[in-house]
Structures are given as structure tokens and as C-alpha cells.
Design a protein around this ligand. Sequence first.
Ligand SMILES: Nc1ncnc2c1ncn2[C@@H]1O[C@H](COP(=O)(O)OP(=O)(O)O)[C@@H](O)[C@H]1O
Ligand SMILES: [Mg+2]
Length: 375
Amino acid sequence: MGIDDILLYDETVFKNIDAFNPDYIPENFLHRESQMESLAICLRPALRGGRPVNTVVLGSPATGKTTAIKKIFSMVERNSDRVVCVYVNCQLHTTRFNIFSQIYNKIFGHMPPETGVPFSRIYGNIMKHLRDEGKALVVALDDVNYLFHSKNANKIFYDILRAHEEFNGVKTGIFAILSDIEFRYMLDKNVNSVFIPHEVIFDPYTTEEMVSILKERIKAGFFPDVISDELLEEIAERSSEAGDLRVGIDLLRVSGNFAEADASKTIEEKHVQEALKSTGSVSLKSTLKTLSDNEKLLLEIITESEEDNLVAGDLYKAFTKKTSSSYASFDRTLNKLEFLRLVDTKFTGKGVKGNSRIVILRFNPEEMVKCMKNI
Ligand SMILES: Nc1ncnc2c1ncn2[C@@H]1O[C@H](COP(=O)(O)OP(=O)(O)O)[C@@H](O)[C@H]1O
Ligand SMILES: [Mg+2]
């Protein structure tokens, strides 16, 4: 087809292309019943005039954490007007003023003035409103690790959780959401004494779970029979290898685009191959961007190692030479890389206590080097 034909071609494989957008909320939220139940249990007291249970939501990227919070909040709002649920994306809002502006906006329907009003007045207006109306407040701080980068976390947690000390009877709670496992170490002692959260874990999806989720997405986004079960399996496989459901959703969208550009009413193997070529390292790069300097360094050492059976003890020696880190801190860093599904570790049953581990990179070293260079 010529360029004009591509632009004007009016047949489409997409019934609803928005179904492949990152902020699409799926109607059927599969395999997350137990997590949704846990979140509901934490919110329940607030619906009955009590205080919500503070919660930490943990899980690697694309395990449905954001979706779960948005779904449960909209269910609460449908069922009760006793709870104000505020969702805050901490990648976008990192200052105390910004975050309380979001809360203010949710309560009063407009943003507070940007200048001329002291923070304490905005804060006071929010808390007085909650007290007078007898409503509880739950603030979901999504990707809360960004608050730790900017060092604002302690103050914000403190402001929210200790509101009742100044405003009698106010009931507040925090849902902190993050793709990390070191949350506990990040808060000050005096915040830790009021924030003793319940944990809700979002474990990674298995390949079969990914197949069923992608199948639902295909139903929502494509016309019937656009893509075969074999190609779906292939895409789910790729998604599972990357440990990231988003890879699969992106592959569906991009394959659909290639099929259209080819004037095809169905997605064929060659369209999936083209999509694979064009999306390959996007998700890996976005994970690498979130790593700290030490995590990057450890990953670099693993990537550069030519050892087939890289033993954790040897890796520690190389790591501490460059960082002077303790073994405990090395261990945490390695666990983080495993948690993000960048590496696998396996116990060998050997070593002094029979607990020596080998470390395996989950990606092709060349691809890893290329992605690390470009972040
Ligand atoms: N169980 C599920 N069913 C359907 N879609 C899902 C499911 N879990 C995740 N998704 C989809 O995967 C993508 C990532 O989910 P998201 O909630 O943003 O994950 P996280 O916040 O854990 O990174 C979104 O497009 C979301 O719609
Ligand atoms: Mg998220």
C-alpha cells in the first residue's frame, strides 16, 4: 500500500483501541480476587464509621496494583459516602502541597489557590471538613517510592496519619503502593510508630494466567477472530519471559497496527514478529530506570560476568570491592534484582551452610548492555 492508502484505509481490526491503553480499567479483573478481598477488609472499618487499616501493597511491575486500587476505590464510592478515597500518582505529585491539593480537590471539587494561602490553611480546611461531615479519608500513594527519592515521605505520612491529634475524631489511613521490597527501611522512627501496615502482596502472573488475561483483552479490544490462539500463546510466552504483562498488551496493540498497515483483517505471525522487533526492550528499559546506583552496579557486574555458574559469594566479593557494602546490604540489593525479575537465583545445596546460591541473568547480556547504555 502507498502512504495515502495507509492513512485512508478505513477497515480496522480494533473494536476498541483504548482497551490497549495503559490507563484502561479492565471490566474483568482476573486472578486478583484474594487481593481485592484483602483491600476490602482494610477499607471496611471506614465504611462503618471507623478508621481504615493502613496498608502496603507490594508487587513487581504490571501485577495489577494500580488497577486494584482504582477498582476498589470506585466500589467504595459507589456504596458509601462516608469515605473519601483519594488516588495520588506519586510520579506526578511529590510535594506536600501537591499531594494535599489532590486531596483538597477531591473533597471540594476544585484545586486550592497556588499562592497566597499557607499550607496549614489548606490542611485545616480538609481536616475540618472530614471532622464535621464524619467522613474517613483514605489516601492511596501509588508508586510511593518516588516520595522517598524526593525525601518528602515522612512529612506527608505524618500529616495524614496524625491528623486526629489536632482534629479530634478525624479518621485517616494510607494505602502505600510500591514495586519494591524495602519499604520498612525508609520511614523515620516516629512515622513507623504510627504506620504499622497490613501487607497485601501481588504475586507475578503465571504464563497461563497471562494467557487468560490477554484473551479477555483481545475480546475487549479486537473484533472477533482477529488473532489466533497460537499467536496469543506466543505473545503470552513473551510476556511471561519478560515477567511483565504490559509487554503482552503492547504486543497486541502494535501487532494490530502492523496488520492494519498491511491491509490485513487478521493478525498474522509476521505482524507479531514485526511488533516484537519494535517493542523488544521498552519494558526492560523502564525497569532499569527505577534502579538505584548500587542496584545498577550489581546488575552490571552480573551482566559482565562470563561465569556460567555465578556464585553469590563471589558476586559479593566483586560488589563490595567497589562499594564497601556489608553482606546484608548486598543481599538486599540482589533480592531486589530478583524481585524485579531481572535475575533468578537458585540454591545449590552446597557451600558452608548448604545455602550457597547461583545467580542467573534473565536477559541476554548484549540486550542488557544495550539497554543500560541508553537509560
Ligand atoms: N488481572 C488482570 N486482569 C486484566 N488486566 C490486568 C490484570 N492485571 C494487570 N492488568 C493490566 O496490566 C497493566 C498493568 O497493570 P497495573 O495495574 O498498572 O499494574 P501495576 O500497578 O502493578 O504496575 C494494565 O494495563 C492492566 O489493565
Ligand atoms: Mg502501578
